[in-house]
Design a protein around this ligand. Structure first.
Ligand code: GCO
Length: 449
């Protein structure tokens, strides 16, 4: 029986994603400055096995091989990030031309393989020199980012038309300066932490401004956010209303501020004396229109209408299925609700799933194969929910798998593998997994197979 022709829009963008610090290696080559993750990884106990970014996937020298493999797999869109410390070793001040030259080589090699770059300006690898001057708690970082953004957009405007300003503000602020589990591993006061969010929003605004000023005709720009996502326990009116209320409140300080043109009264009331300090003109920058919203969707929270009419979060039972990443509970409906709530709450013009995938301490290569059926099923089930959202009118324009290849999974080091391509970190041999072959077919047929 012919399977139902479920298909995605004809111009749907299929891609894969990585990030400079997680794959490049060459952590100190050709003038690159130290990043906060280079420093943090060397603090005993912070990263699994003491793994550092020094070698990673050696993408710095193996990028031509990697792009040839992407072409073989039929991948035509690639989300990567630029390493700020490779271009400004101290974050500001002297420019390192060798850093710009490396990324020119990268974009040229992508073009030779028919691959369109989608470039994230910042993916957590803050130059250590800026951290030494206050990091995200200091407005010095905002001024430095403005110059960095101008520099890279001017340099690459002829080769890059799709820009993402920042990757996951929560991860480099709340998790890094609040809980302290990510670099630089600090624990600031509530007021200081709220100020890091504001500085991040300002940098997002500078990224948008730089693309509008120097990006050239047809350039597009947006933020990639790991919004707090929830889904109604049952798809009843009451539970859906509870989910909408929960979602709006939990994202009020980031997406709410950007799309709302400022902090809501409710948020400012909740912050009280710890509210961010805002300067005149800040929100003209922060809330400038963007072309799309990037969403990194992995999992979410179950919410229902509580007895008192307030949203009630439900705690997952210990046996609830999850990947090897302890936070990654398997809930494919995150793709439906994560996109639908964003569109209904903020009216976003277009949505790209800039990351979706699963981390496992994967199986070894056996007879030249890695039968990651768990990852294949994850992709298939999540794409089904994404397709449902599109059918229901959500303006989803593309999807990027996290990740093209196994790489440095931050504090989980190299043990946790998210790639559809296996990397042997001893030999650097790449082996497409079963999930890569599956994804190739999805791209080729533009439908869930
Ligand atoms: C993130 C980052 C990626 C991670 C991936 C798996 O979303 O945390 O963008 O760098 O590696 O999401 O955790």
């Amino acid at each position: 029986m012919q399977s139902p022709v479920s298909s995605f829009p004809a111009d749907f963008t299929w891609g894969v994603a990585t990030a400079a610090p997680q794959i490049e290696g060459a952590a100190f080559a050709d003038g690159k400055g130290e990043s906060i993750w280079d420093r943090f990884a060397r603090i005993p106990g912070k990263v699994h096995g003491g793994d550092t970014l020094d070698v990673a996937c050696e993408h710095y020298t193996r990028f031509r091989e990697d792009f040839a493999l992407m072409r073989e797999l039929g991948i035509k869109n690639y989300r990567l990030s630029l390493a700020w410390p490779r271009i400004f070793p101290n974050g500001d001040g002297a420019l390192n031309q060798a850093g710009l030259d490396f990324y020119h080589r990268l974009f040229d090699a992508m073009a030779e393989n028919g691959i369109t770059p989608w470039v994230t300006m910042f993916h957590w690898d803050l130059p250590q020199s800026l951290e030494d001057r206050g990091g995200w708690a200091s407005r010095v970082t905002v001024d430095a980012f403005a110059t960095y953004a101008d520099t890279i957009v001017k340099a690459f405007a002829g080769k890059v038309k799709h820009w993402i300003t920042l990757n996951e503000i929560r991860c480099f602020t709340l998790l890094a300066y609040g809980f302290g589990g990510k670099a630089p591993g600090r624990k600031l006061s509530a007021a200081e932490l709220n100020q890091t969010y504001h500085h991040a929003l300002l940098c997002h605004g500078h990224g948008v401004r730089a693309v509008r000023q120097f990006g050239g005709a047809g350039a597009q720009v947006g933020l990639t956010d790991n919004s707090d996502i929830c889904f109604p326990v049952s798809e009843t009116e009451a539970d859906i209303a509870a989910a909408k209320a929960w979602y709006a409140q939990r994202n009020e300080h980031l997406l709410g501020a950007i799309y709302g043109g400022g902090y809501s009264d409710a948020y400012l009331k909740r912050c009280g004396a710890d509210a961010p300090k805002v300067q005149a003109g800040d929100f003209d920058l922060i809330s400038a229109p963007t072309d799309f919203l990037g969403l990194n969707l992995y999992t979410g929270t179950f919410v229902r209408a509580g007895a008192n009419g307030q949203p009630e979060e439900l705690t997952l039972p210990p046996a609830y299925p999850k990947a090897d990443s302890p936070w990654l509970h398997l809930a494919p409906q995150v793709m439906y609700w994560g996109t639908r709530l964003a569109q209904e709450t903020y009216g976003v013009k277009a949505i790209y799933i800039t990351e979706n995938g699963c981390g496992y301490n994967d199986e070894p290569v056996v007879n030249g194969e890695v039968l990651d059926l768990h990852r294949r099923e994850y992709l298939r089930n999540h794409l089904r929910e994404l397709e449902r959202a599109i059918r229901d009118g959500v303006r989803v324009r593309g999807y990027f798998v996290w990740s093209f290849m196994d790489n440095y999974e931050w504090e989980d080091g190299y043990e946790r593998r998210f790639g559809i391509v296996h990397v042997d970190f001893t030999t650097q041999k790449r082996t497409p997994k079963l999930s890569a072959r599956y994804y190739s077919q999805v791209i080729r047929e533009n439908r869930i197979v």
